[in-house]
Design a protein around this ligand. Structure first.
Ligand code: HEC
Length: 154
């Protein structure tokens, strides 16, 4: 094996080690995820929705099984209510999410993707949020997002 071949081989090994296999249903859901990413993309400035990284963490903490995660998220997305919302921070800043009247089968695939994906930490979003909070003089918020940056983005 020459150096170039070795490099290709190593890249393939690293890719295999780092890639994260999604179930077929999640793969399908991923192809529709743009419907949500329009607002939930962490690079949006200004933010139109909370980055999925944090949404997924909150739903994992607040549910006891993948099935409960799925049901809770699907029912929220179809008909968001203040009572059902658990993302207090996003709610306070952006208001309640508009309902997405999509067929259940379609939503379940998207949410299966959100359940399984390993989203990268939203570092661009936090950087932007720190600056915005500082501009507004909201030091508590700036410090909170700075801590997230220090913890996950170095
Ligand atoms: C028009 C913009 C927009 C679109 C499109 C959108 N969202 Fe949201 N989403 C928001 C906003 C704003 C919030 C934060 C307020 C809230 O929690 O209701 C949010 C919050 C959420 C939450 C957290 C709810 C909670 O418990 O507080 C989930 C889950 C979610 N979105 C899922 C989705 C999924 C899945 C899709 C695609 C099918 C989607 N969203 C499409 C704007 C959007």
């Amino acid at each position: 094996m020459n150096t170039a071949q070795l490099a290709v081989f190593m890249a393939a090994v690293l890719f295999t080690l780092s890639s994260h296999a999604l179930s077929p249903e999640a793969e399908e859901g991923k192809s529709f995820f743009a419907t949500c990413d329009v607002c939930h993309n962490q690079s949006n400035n200004p933010a139109l929705g909370p980055p999925m990284w944090g949404v997924q963490r909150r739903y994992r903490k607040n549910t006891n099984s993948p099935e409960e995660f799925l049901n809770k998220m699907v029912s929220f997305v179809k008909a968001p209510t203040l009572e059902a919302a658990i993302h207090d921070e996003a709610l306070a800043q952006l208001g309640l999410m508009p309902p997405m009247a999509l067929p259940d089968e379609f939503l379940r695939k998207i949410v299966t993707y959100i359940l399984e994906e390993q989203f990268p930490p939203p570092c661009d979003h936090w950087k932007m949020a720190v600056n915005k909070a500082k501009e507004k003089g909201d030091m508590a918020h700036a410090q909170k997002d700075q801590r997230q940056l220090n913890r996950f983005c170095n």
